[in-house]
Design a protein around this ligand. Sequence first.
Ligand code: PEP
Length: 256
Amino acid sequence: TTSRTPLIAGNWKMHQDHLQAIALVQKLAWTLQDAKHDHAAVEVAVFPPFTGLRSVQTLISAERFELRHGAQDVSEHDAGAHTGEVSAAMLAKLDCAYAIVGHSERRQDHGETDAIVGRKAAAALRHGVTPVICVGETAEDLEQHGASAVPVQQLRDVLAELPAAGEIVVAYEPVWAIGSGQAATADQAQQVCQALRQTLAEVRGDEAAAATRILYGGSVKSGNIAGFMREPDIDGALVGGASLDAAEFAAISRFQ
Ligand code: PEP
């Protein structure tokens, strides 16, 4: 009933130097190949640290792997005097299909606000890189406001910085579920993802909302992915820890 191609995205965080990145991509590609993975039916993408992107691009291109890759962050600026930043144009040159923006670790460690996250997403869009916009409530938010209020407001504030059109991906990642081993239930996650899709419809229209992929993230493993994927408003997963193990990540990509 949906034309949205599921996306299984592996956020490696600050793991895997460029040599380890090559080895992991190679192993993942072979594992998926052995499992006869249908890349047209389920898109699989990896997000190495910046230092791994060139090597990963070269390997994927040379071996014609159907895996896709993206960056974990992107600058809000197109170019210029911004020491330490990496532009969306540079990512596009490395064939990055995606850039994660607003991951909770960046919000926490680097004080990224929704306005900054929105400008980063806008920069990605200007260069043909699809932003994966992360939103999610902390344990404290959950207690005070319930699950949906904070992620919905974050998404509204990010969307306010974006042009009306252009492909985006939304990732709902409850902060309390990230790296904790304590995933949301499929039902909890569905409720928030439904509210996020409603927000997309209000801001960008019904058609865009129906076409936009919304991922769940937070302690996803091969043992719990199937439950999430059965939900109508969950179109994939953003996977941290479990994406560093090729066999486990391939199993998640099969929803098993
Ligand atoms: C993440 O970092 O986006 C994430 C979901 O991590 P984990 O799967 O390890 O909880």
